[in-house]
Design a protein around this ligand. Structure first.
Ligand code: TXA
Ligand code: MG
Length: 346
């Protein structure tokens, strides 16, 4: 199959994507978070082909994308607190779990009693969802286990020959996947942190918001994953990533020593560091993760940087960390998993 890339802002391209969706085909499309690999959520066969194209385990459920709240009608019921959060954060990078009806195929939810739904905010995504008029099931458009795509070129890298069309809307603004929030089990709980932060949700609801245990550590062998996706290795470049945490001077020294020691042993090695430290680490092939004062910039660049490491054939990578607050929590969840939570404290 030949994979075309067309401009996400062209009405003809959007019309073609809508036609492909209605015929049960897959389309890669941009959102403000990451690129999605979409199919008609009500078409069982089409949904199954998402799993095949990604190489995704069948027990990992998908997010359904809508452009307007009327589309919720008949698909799900609305848990307490959800309306307030929709008013505050939709359209935007917040996914919520809803008790679902029979209308949603089991293949979308991996048989769970809830369905994850979000309303993306990127204007071209909204137009696509409006023109096709269908709820669109879409995971991130990467091959399973790879970093999520934040450009159309990333999607092409992973999906060339597997899907007919990718809509190109440029770089994704947020750069990390949406926040996944569960309001169906008592205390609101973040299953996956993202651009809508714990602090923002707590302020809107006026209650405490819990975090799933495995956000900043590996899932224990006997622990049930609240969100099935958390079970799987994710976001990982091919090289070994190690995080280095501690006081500024000590971290810079450790990053440098580790990187240079690996090189001595003949390994391709580099560091991921803040813009402010590029100069101090100039002999360690520093990769800029953004300014230490701007965690949204770090989020925006992270997946592109992780993919870059593979292109360069890096074998060992040492990275600085951000405080796990605000969007920094989402950054540390993804970076932690890319590193299999290997951390050196200095
Ligand atoms: O930003 C995003 O959310 C992107 C764009 C394309 O919208 N999509 C995305 O989808 O990241 P995906 O499939 O890569 O991640 C969905 C996550 C997985 O961790 C999955 O386990 C979880 O949401 N999930 C989906 N439905 C669920 C459910 N009913 N209960 C618990 N977790 C669920
Ligand atoms: Mg994904």
């Amino acid at each position: 199959m030949k994979t075309q890339i067309l401009d996400a802002n062209s009405p003809e391209a959007v019309a073609l994507a809508a036609r492909l969706f209605s015929q049960g085909e897959l389309v890669g499309f941009p959102t403000e978070t990451v690129y999605g690999l979409g199919a008609n959520a009500l078409d069982r066969e089409a949904v199954l082909s998402i799993f095949a194209a990604k190489g995704r385990p069948a027990d990992n459920p998908l997010i359904v994308h809508i452009w307007n709240r009327d589309q919720l009608e008949g698909l799900c019921t609305i848990p307490e607190g959800a309306e307030k959060l929709m008013d505050a954060f939709w359209p935007g990078p917040l996914t919520m779990l809803f008790p679902r009806t029979e209308k949603i195929p089991d293949e979308v939810t991996a048989g769970l009693p809830t369905v994850a739904i979000r309303m993306p905010s990127m204007p071209c995504t909204r137009r696509l969802l409006q023109v096709c008029g269908l709820p669109i099931a879409a995971p991130s458009a990467n091959r399973s286990g790879r970093p999520s795509p934040t450009t159309a070129a990333h999607v092409m890298e992973d999906m060339e020959g597997r899907i007919p069309l990718i809509l190109d809307g440029g770089e994704c603004q947020v750069g990390l996947e949406s926040t996944v929030l569960d309001l169906t089990h008592g205390q609101p709980t973040i299953l996956r942190p993202g651009g809508i932060t714990r602090e923002m949700i707590a302020e809107t609801l006026g209650t405490e918001v819990a975090l799933a245990g495995s956000i900043l550590r590996p899932l224990q062998p006997d622990e049930k994953a609240l969100s099935p996706g958390m079970r799987y290795k994710h976001y990982a470049p091919k090289g070994n990533v190690t995080l280095v945490e501690g006081g500024e001077e000590a971290v810079l020294r450790e990053l440098r020593e580790r990187c240079l020691a690996d090189r001595q042993e003949g390994r391709r090695s580099c560091v991921l560091c803040f813009t402010e430290h590029l100069e101090a680490l100039r002999d360690c092939d520093p990769h800029d993760i953004g300014s230490r004062t701007d965690d949204r910039e770090v989020a925006h660049r992270l997946f592109d940087t992780l993919r870059q490491l593979d292109h360069e054939g890096m074998e060992t990578i040492y990275s600085e960390v951000v405080p796990p607050e605000g969007v920094g929590l989402a950054v540390m969840n993804r970076l932690g998993r890319a590193a299999a939570f290997r951390t050196i404290r200095v």
